[in-house]
Design a protein around this ligand. Structure first.
Ligand SMILES: Cc1ncc(COP(=O)(O)O)c(C=O)c1O
Length: 454
């Protein structure tokens, strides 16, 4: 592979990043055009690498949604800061297998360091263990695998050896407004999503502690409670300290899904919203959302490292353990071979520092409040949620039809992008501010664009 090839792609990526703010958000090309650009017969023999990669770069340019840009407010995506892109390139460029220390000590040590920094930044127990997963769903899978191990071991059952057939029933309690990926993780773990106990949530989507208490009274035996900080629509957090205390009185394990909301813990101004979160047993968060590192980057944090590792161990005679008490990264994620995704997390924390992460989080929340105050000043526009974090739920014309029309019209207008949802039974728009590069001017331009399509 020639130097020119690598430098050429780097230049195209740099150009893409620097023009992101001005790019139309939707992909220019659809499936048919992309098929034409990428498809055809399997080459019968080698193709020139430069030509092949250029074809891919052109397809990527045409077929990407500019979701990493500053006026993309759909889902909860974040962007990628330049230092984290560079760190991520390094992971591909050196191509070490980050699973085992012996295959690349730097990947193990980068994750060790980033783990220590993360725990400190988020105010979580310093002896917790951290796995660098592909995203929040796999982080919840990992945390809940540790939970399953722990509650069943307490009941005298070895789930890793004997599986779930014949095991004591594991009660799983979830909030009514949990994220869909909790159900998915439960399915993958053989715990099922149809047998959960559901604790009612309030009008912001927060689990209610009296409801949790009632539900726990029905749970006799091994129990796992799934709490949430940062509802995907409203941004509201469960009263997580009280949830932990109530669940622990019952002997339950508490897993907290904080895919984006856990970052509130890094902001002195917002930390009260997640007060007591450090008393949970395991946590999910994402770096590829609010920490603004490239995909794929989630974090599975467990207060009980033995329970974390128990379901994930890979004992094999040819795999030498890390020397000197260092970590083998594969002991903390449901993966063996993998890329050094910790590099980008390390780069984000090293470049932002404690105050930089707090600023990033606070800035996004200030932008969300700016959206809310400008939008709610417009007649026929209603902000449906308490804007406590980075999420704004908006309804137009007090009508599902008008709301859907305005969302579609705003998407077509192209200044910004946000999607739709159903919030408390009615259609609504969701505006999620989680990109490091969004400015007040981006918010103002987006509100003006929305106003123009009302
Ligand atoms: C609360 C919550 N949990 C989990 C997820 C899933 O995250 P991922 O797509 O990284 O698996 C999301 C995504 O928005 C989320 O908001």
């Amino acid at each position: 592979m020639s130097d020119d090839l690598l430098a050429g792609v780097a230049a195209r990526v740099a150009e893409y990043q620097s023009t992101l703010a001005g790019r139309p958000v939707p992909a220019r090309a659809g499936a048919a055009e992309l098929q034409a650009m990428l498809g055809g017969e399997l080459p019968s023999g080698p193709t020139d690498p430069g030509a092949a990669v250029t074809a891919l770069v052109d397809a990527v340019d045409a077929g990407s949604v500019a979701s990493a840009g500053p006026r993309y407010f759909g889902f909860v995506v974040g962007g990628a800061m330049p230092a984290t892109i560079a760190a991520d390139w390094l992971a591909s460029g050196v191509d070490i297998n980050a699973g085992a220390y012996v295959l690349g000590p730097v990947a193990a040590v980068a994750e060790e360091v980033a783990s220590t920094w993360l725990l400190e930044l988020l105010g979580l127990p310093g002896d917790a263990s951290v796995g660098f997963t592909s995203g929040a769903m796999m982080a919840s899978f990992t945390g809940l695998a540790a939970a399953r191990h722990h509650v069943l071991a307490k009941a005298g059952w070895d789930v890793e050896r004997d599986g779930l057939q014949g095991a004591p029933r594991v009660h799983v309690v979830v909030g009514a407004e949990r994220h869909v990926t909790i159900d998915s993780a439960l399915r993958l773990l053989g715990l099922g999503h149809g047998t959960v106990h559901v604790a009612a949530a309030d009008d912001q989507g927060r689990m209610q502690v009296p409801a949790l208490r009632e539900v726990l009274a029905e749970c006799d035996g091994p129990t796992i409670v799934c709490a949430q900080v940062g509802n995907v629509n409203s941004g509201a957090s469960d009263p997580v300290g009280a949830v932990c205390d109530t669940a622990h009185e019952h002997g339950a394990w508490v897993h907290v899904d904080g895919a984006f909301g856990l970052w509130a813990a890094a902001s002195p101004a917002l930390r009260a919203q997640v007060a007591g979160v450090e008393r949970a047993d395991s946590w999910t968060t994402d770096a590829h959302k609010w920490l603004n590192v490239p995909y794929d980057s989630g974090l599975a944090i467990v207060a009980h490292p033995d329970a974390h590792r128990a379901p994930l161990r890979l004992p094999a005679s040819y795999l030498a353990p890390a020397p000197g008490g260092h970590r083998d990264n594969d002991e903390y994620v449901p993966e063996s071979s993998r890329r050094a995704r910790g590099f980008a997390v390390w780069a984000a924390l090293r470049t932002l520092g404690r105050s930089g992460v707090a600023d990033l989080v606070d800035r996004c929340c200030a932008h969300a409040r700016r959206f809310a105050s400008q939008l709610s000043a417009i007649e026929s526009v209603e902000v449906l949620n308490d804007v406590v974090l980075n999420q704004v739920v908006v309804r137009f014309g007090d009508s599902d039809e008008v709301t859907r029309r305005v969302i579609a019209a705003a998407q077509a207008e192209g200044t910004c992008w946000f999607g739709g949802t159903v919030w408390r039974g009615v259609a609504a728009a969701r505006i999620s501010v989680s990109n490091w590069s969004t400015t007040e001017a981006d918010v103002d331009a987006s509100v003006a664009a929305i106003r123009s399509v009302l």
